[in-house]
Design a protein around this ligand. Sequence first.
Ligand code: COA
Length: 226
Amino acid sequence: MNIVVLLLSIFLIISFLILLISLLFAKEIKETKDKDPAAKSYLEIIIFYPGLHALIFYRIAHCLWIGRLKIIARAVSQLARFLTGIEIHPGARIGQGFFIDHGMGVVVGETSIVGNNVTIYQGVTLGGTGKETGKRHPTIGNNVVIGAGAKVLGNIEIGSNSYIGANAVVINSVPENATVVGVPGRVTRQDGKRIDTYLDHSKILDPVMQQLEELKEKIKTLEKSQ
Ligand SMILES: CC(C)(COP(=O)(O)OP(=O)(O)OC[C@H]1O[C@@H](n2cnc3c(N)ncnc32)[C@H](O)[C@@H]1OP(=O)(O)O)[C@@H](O)C(=O)NCCC(=O)NCCS
């Protein structure tokens, strides 16, 4: 009899938690369903998505951080890191609809500000350059997508509706509606129009990149002439 009561209690507690999470994180769960074709149901997202779990821990840690319980906040954040592989500093400010896909290796620094409906993939760092103090992490606009492994470093701004390509290293601010790829990150698309970095030399950030762009252009010309 006791075991039946115990199992029933566990079932009720789990059902209550699932209901609570689905009410409090309805927007994030919907964003995940809309953006990830692999997500087949809301229940699957609540049970198996580490990005959602990390966000739940972050919301608790952030409340503790604001309430000046900083050590406890850090403990919650480190527990989340242990469980999900995602480290979000409790001091970071994150908007609604934040979606972390896969998650492992994600780091969000203390003074980062993230807008609404932002998507980030595994291995993304919103970090400092190591040289700054005070506000030293990026500010990300609304509807930004940051590809797997990208590093966004320093107190820079990523404009709304921008895409940061996988593995890009972004160290300068990015305008709205832009696509940035490469190391260091360079704008390849703006307001839907492709930007040719070979022709627009103001967009070339270093001499090595310039040489590579020139070589690429020569290869394209040779291929066309064959
Ligand atoms: C950058 C990205 C958003 C595509 O943007 P896009 O404007 O559609 O880019 P295009 O496909 O037209 O490519 C434009 C140029 O950038 C290059 N490029 C695209 N993505 C790149 C990247 N991540 N790094 C370096 N170069 C890249 C293309 O080769 C192309 O070069 P070319 O002009 O010499 O031919 C996309 O490639 C990307 O990186 N998305 C991230 C997705 C991700 O992380 N998924 C993880 C799933 S688990």
